[in-house]
Unconditional design. Sequence first.
Length: 398
Amino acid sequence: MSKPARRTRRRPRADVTIKDVARHAGVSPMTVSRVVNGSEYVSTATRQAVQRAVRELGYSPNLAARNLASERGERLGLLYGNPSSAYLSEFLVGALEAATRHGVQLVLEKCEPTPVASRRAVRRLLAGAVVGVVLPPPLCESPVVRAELSAARLPVVTVAAGRPPADAMCVRIDDYTAALEMTRYLLGLGHERLAFIKGHPNQSASEERWLGFNAALEEAARSKRGGRPPPRMEQGFFSFRSGLDAARKLLAAEPPPTAIFASNDDMAAAVIAEAHRRGLDVPRDLTVVGFDDTLIASTIWPELTTIQQPIARMAAEATDMLVTAVRGSRRSADRLHRLMPHALISRQSAAAPKLAGPALDRGGPVRDGNANNDIRARMRMTTSEQFVDASGDESIRE
């Protein structure tokens, strides 16, 4: 007995319109619009007829939104799957503010990390008639998500990809240089036993930060006779739990590190929590630094020295770029990639190691996040030009 022929799904066609679908299904274009937008005011039989017509014609609902753009605000999609709630909160603030400014709607869709779930999430987003998509990490580098959106011929702007394709629209910071500067800062405080908690391996930004960390250590080794102890590294996944696991391994080593650089603030907060559990004083016994400058960095104790990644501004910039692309404005090739500024924010979680002599500053510009009450930070200043007081320069941080 032969097996029934397997039905293949047609690729979306740019020449199929909402009127074609309506004619094929025997309904009005308004009814088709109600179905693709998930309206409940459609009978089951009519909904099934429209959905069947969509499949048979290879129609992509997002194309309808382009035709309706002059009648109502466009819908932009935002697909998220970041394990850090602090990162996502800041990202949404920037994206929503920009969407309001442009008069567009923002459609959110959660995406689980498996290929099957990722495809379903993208298709749910497309069913919402979006005309473009913003992809924060880690989905900005998901091959499954990118392939689905490419097949739908949607404009996409990625955010915080460490190594974005040359022809892709993206907004990012220089992760390599930021990690290099933070590591120089730790070396300048006198730390020699350094450890690093790497970010999720599915993001190229994780590798860029690790490379920047190592570049600073190699630079220091060349300038100091006798070399330095090799750094320890533990794998993290940008979550608090993975930071705890990594911290336990690092602090159980003999001798333990005097400074730990975590690839994001959630993992750095976990290191501080584990240090407190072991009776260690931060920063007297252990210096801890992070990356991102999310809300947790200034609400834990001690407040966290970290790299400020302007997440809200990056999300707003990505939304601006997407609206420009959707509305057909020309953009030059050199504006496909937007590199945003970063800053090193000095707070209370970093200090010179015990028994260390005066520290030599080797980092780039450092901004003191506790200029009024952090005596340690002021004692580390070698020249006023090398440090920026947070209370006196609001151009770096908004």
